[in-house]
Design a protein around this ligand. Sequence first.
Ligand code: HEM
Length: 408
Amino acid sequence: MTAAHAAALLQGYWQGAHLADPPAYLDRLRALSPVLYDPGTGFALLTGHAELSAALKSPFVRTGKVGGDSAFLQSESARLMAPMMLFHDGASHTRLRSLAQRAFTPRVLEESRAFITALTDELLAEAARQARRRGGEVDAVAALAVPLPVTVIVQMLGLEGHDADLFRTWAGSVADLIGGLNMTPERWAGVEADAGAMRRYFRTLADDLRAHPRPGLLSALAAAEDGGERLSGDELLANAVLLLVAGHETTSNLISGSLHVLHAWPQERAWLAEDPGTRAANAVEELLRFLSPVQGTGRFTVAPLTLGGAELPAGLHLSLSLAGANRDPRVFEAPHRLNLARENARLHLSFAAGAHYCLGAGLARMEAAIFLTRFLARFPEYRVPEQPLDYLPNFTLRGLRALRLNLA
Ligand code: HEM
């Protein structure tokens, strides 16, 4: 490999050249090296499974605070993001995460099962009604994949009516903030305005919720204590917003992507449809591996370290391609084949690994399994008509804008 070749591929990656066909581009990068480091561009891109796992678990690799120039750091958006647990390491991360985990227990999850099932059935019934009016067709993104996870998390947080509507609007801005591509100045202004509105709204909510608890995670988060420590208003806001955004864009993309790839792999779909009750759990793991709804994340090194044979200096930005690791042929045999019975599917890194391992993995798994089971029982013959596939312009969260299904 020449340094210039590696630099060109890395440059292309940053310019979004891989978005047309991420697995193919990531294969080319991994074939050059699973840890592609170009001192010229000042960052390394990791696409190998072992290397990503090691980086995500290394004490010398950190997520890092929200950074940028001083204008950005003063912005409403930076202030909104700074207390999110995603951007904390060590003791301050443990504190934020354990407070949130106290509110987000396995019991809370189990209690949501009946609600998720009933909501799924309601959405499927409504989709069937829409399809009857429109020659059998429905947009699975708008009718199913978006409303299911957002309604679940809004309900779990305990938001109602107007609050719930506000949060739905804000969520799109936060998703753009975390991974949006080519944000125009107008879009940036809109995101800033939403971030400001969210911070104002929450300024007093933490105190209100402590004084007058409502059912749901928000009150539980406001009340959660750790050695006398509580979340401040800004911390409560940031982490509630994180739960909301982390909890719906990702799961929406998993659901719509699953409907699309199951159609593209009819034998796999038939295998699942035969016995979804027992097969859905492993199928969801394989779909997570295959789709990588969160394509990647970032870290930086705090000490020199060697990864995959590459010597990396301290202070280096690492771009971790979860999608790359999930198609690594050294771990997954025939990685570009969807194999719902794959024995080691659960080794995927779609929920990352280490200290920041997805807090909502259990919820996401449950939602996807319930959804697929109920959907296939109701629409075993669904078809995906020929259509151009348009992905949302986001580097991190990969999802379809729309997916027309024929349910007749
Ligand atoms: C298919 C669905 C989902 C995927 C693929 C996914 C993926 C991820 C990934 C990759 C991370 C780690 C990011 C990093 O280390 O930089 C993460 C963290 C997180 N996720 Fe998820 N997620 C999903 C659903 C959810 C749900 C449903 C929730 C909650 C309702 C949630 C809440 C969180 C939180 C709070 C974190 C931060 C954890 C921390 O920093 O300690 N996620 N998720």
